[in-house]
Ligand binder design. Sequence first.
Ligand code: F6P
Length: 336
Amino acid sequence: MKIGILTSGGDCPGINATIRGVCKTAISHYGMEVYGIHNGFRGLMDEDITQLNEKSLTGLLNLGGTVLGTSREKPFRKKGISAGSNKPDIILNTIRKFGFDCIVCIGGNGTQKTAAELVASGVNVVSIPKTIDNDVWGTDVSFGFDSAVSIATDAIDRLHSTASSHQRVMVIEVMGHKAGWIALYSGMAGGGDIILLPELPFNIHHIGDAIINRLKKGKPYSIVVVAEGIPTLGGKKAAQYIAEEIEYETGFETRETVLGYIQRGGSPTAFDRILATRMGGHATELIAQGRFGQMVSLRGTDITSVPISEVAGKLKLVTEDDDLITQGRRMGICFG
Ligand code: F6P
């Protein structure tokens, strides 16, 4: 069999470990031919495709980013710059021309949507969820999330010591436009006092009260973890808006930190390396069995799969009844 593999959307720790998991299994266990498609779906438009071998797959396990390159190219997008384009035809021609028996698409929500379009066009596809945001529907966890949470938790730990030394409020903004998983998990792991997520409404007076109550209990500093996607006024960034509001509300000296792309770069955690390796291996197994149109997923501790058509267009968001939120509330953490 001849398979093509691509990575699409924002990068994250663990992509290279996944490429390695798919390709090494395909080449050494199943004797498949594997081709790397460069820069996401754009590589199928440009025919930017090279054969991978054992040598080109060396040194990938702990390497950040993606050796295949990535792009946010959405060839099936019906509006905007792609409207009326023949990109889908170009892509389908390339797949036919190279004689690919299956395309492996590694990516987040946008990628799963494009993968579903490819499936609907008759292409054999197996996809793997990839995002630090952990918002791909149909899997409990995607690789990249654990690494991002570790990085954010380390940053929160560091802010703790400077916050307590100066008796300040520290606001840290982490990634997550629509989903607050990174804020929730790093906030809880880092001992945040106030955690704000895009999914949960907040009231600035409650936040002010929480900070003043901490002072009354002899804790004259606070850590506020905010997801970048919380609603703000005047187009302000989340951390800036919340820091200004807190200072106005409480009179406490407040500082802000935006963690940014550090959360997406560098080496994956051991957990993500294992998850990436298992997911990559399972993707190849699905191909060998001819079970196409599936996205690999983690359910509990089991690696399984779900139809890509069920995943496309959905988002996995934090819900009010999440047990980590319940536990946080019981421990006095303010969620807004
Ligand atoms: O990968 C998801 C994500 O990290 C979001 O949390 C973030 O807002 C977004 O990507 C930004 O990515 P880019 O600037 O590459 O579009």
